[in-house]
Design a binder for this molecule. Structure first.
Ligand code: PA5
Length: 471
């Protein structure tokens, strides 16, 4: 295992630092360890029995081999790589891109190790239309990766149908087939059927792996590898984290401790979890985490069927930006949040702050200092201010941001989510509440079937605008 391990620092949630009213006492932590300990062997057993297939992804050589072969074949004729997907089919791709490719990736050819990357995880007609205007003269150099496990997300399939028509109109049938790669279930679903019929090349969303747990499958690896990310290091990071989160000693297992602390504070009325990276590169990992946490843990029913309506609310923030936006609330508003900072020890590059103008000696204290020193000191200052207000704070420390540490982070949070699911006694792998909205959209869009017609009327009756209430 390399030296470059990310670490979880948890002293600043303890009563020693923020007092017993808001912090965890040594006894409470001990109790938490006892409660969580049986879950460590339970989760390991689930992994061994193949009931959590996302945990096998870092070890799956077949997937990365297939991805690399496809990348080798496509790379020379691909200047633009476009992901069409939503939720778990998109957020991992966005997070990997922001974390591991240069900020100017899409704009500067000299900095870009692969094609430009565009991820469309929404169906805004203005945004998508403007993009299609731009790309329509570049279609022969553009690969569209349509990602949908179910193959029936209305958003993704609509985007696909627009793009397909554009490709057919501009390039014709054979070329259209060459420009589309689908990533979907191996055997079932509408997209699988389309891919098989049209002869699109295809990658798989592994069976039993939900969208938000799929970034280390072809869902995230293909786009990452196309754009030059070292997917071997990403997977190596996840594998090394697997060792650490499989450890059955509570105090050595960062996923168990992380989940247990989150669970403890939820039960003490801190139902909001704020993730606040102090690094631009990590900002979209907080977005990825938000979906993972919300969709996995927000549940109506416990495993025994009892109605619970449980789940921490994840919030993403960005340091230092949000110090000037959310911090007033975080310090003086209700003490109902647990904070998790993401901190980077060594940035890829640094900048020295220039000398202060002669007329402003007040700024001399900044002159000549590194920007990374300012950013990291702002993290410490913010944490200090929160601790003074008795707000519990965790920190994930990244020695540096690279594919290896990002792979660790992703896997750490996936397994933390499994632990949290077990502690909350809910199923973290389903998302039944998302279905009603999907079905309602189908009904409103005129999907055939009597049940949809009736359903559409019911929806309209409830949501129709009543002029009496319009001001
Ligand atoms: O995590 C999940 O399961 C969801 O966010 C899905 O990824 C999202 O709803 C998209 O579904 P699909 O991949 O079937 O298009």
């Amino acid at each position: 295992m390399s030296e470059s391990q990310i670490k979880l620092y948890y002293k600043n949630v303890t009563s020693e630092v923020i007092g017993p009213e808001h912090g965890i006492t040594a006894d409470q932590l001990k109790q938490l360890a006892e409660e969580t300990s049986p879950l460590m062997s339970q989760l390991n057993e689930e992994k061994r029995a193949g009931r959590t297939p996302y945990r096998d992804l870092p070890f799956n050589k077949e997937i990365s081999q297939k991805v690399k072969e496809l990348v080798a074949e496509l790379k020379d004729r691909c200047e633009n790589f476009v992901v069409l997907g939503i939720g778990g089919s998109a957020l991992g791709n966005i997070a990997l891109q922001t974390a591991l490719n240069p900020y100017m990736h899409n704009l500067d050819d000299t900095q870009r190790p692969g094609p430009r990357l565009f991820v469309f995880d929404n169906i805004d007609p203005v945004q998508f239309g403007l993009f299609l205007d731009w790309v329509s003269n570049r279609l022969d150099k553009t690969i569209f990766n349509v990602i949908s496990k179910s193959g029936q997300a209305a958003e993704t399939m609509s985007q696909f149908m627009i793009v397909r028509q554009l490709l057919l109109d501009k390039l014709g049938h054979d070329a259209c087939t060459k420009q589309v790669i689908t990533t979907t279930d191996a055997n079932q679903g509408i997209l699988r059927e389309i891919a098989d019929n049209a002869g699109f090349r295809s990658l798989e969303v592994p069976e039993g792996v939900g969208g938000r747990f799929s970034v280390l499958s072809a869902v995230g690896l293909f786009g990452a590898a196309m754009c030059g990310v070292d997917i071997d290091s990403l997977l190596a990071g996840a594998r090394d984290m697997d060792d650490r989160v499989s450890c059955e000693v509570f105090y050595k297992n960062p996923a168990a401790i992380n989940a247990a602390i989150n669970y403890h504070f939820y039960n003490r009325g801190k139902k909001i979890s704020v993730m606040m990276p102090y690094s631009y590169a990590l900002k979209d990992l907080a977005d990825w985490y938000r979906q993972l946490w919300a969709e996995s843990l927000g549940k109506a029913y416990a495993l025994d069927g009892g109605e619970v309506h449980i789940g921490p609310t994840p919030v993403k923030a960005l340091g230092a930006t949000d110090q000037h936006s959310q911090m007033q609330l975080y310090r003086e508003g209700p003490n109902d949040k647990l904070f998790t900072f993401l901190q980077v020890e060594k940035f890829d590059r640094d900048l020295k702050i220039g000398p202060s103008p002669d007329c402003s000696p007040e700024l001399d204290f900044l002159a000549g200092k590194n920007l990374s020193t300012l950013l990291n000191n702002e993290k410490i200052a913010t944490e200090y201010a929160l601790l003074e207000s008795k707000r519990p704070c965790l920190t994930i420390i990244f020695p540096e941001v690279n594919a290896y540490t990002v792979g660790q982070f992703i896997y750490l949070y996936e397994v933390t989510t499994s632990f949290a699911g077990a502690l909350f006694n809910i199923n973290p792998y389903d998302q039944p509440a998302v279905e009603l909205g999907k079905e309602a959209t189908f009904a409103l869009m005129g999907k055939p079937g009597d049940e949809y017609e009736e359903f559409a009327e019911q929806i309209r009756a409830l949501t129709e605008i009543d002029g009496d209430f319009l001001v």
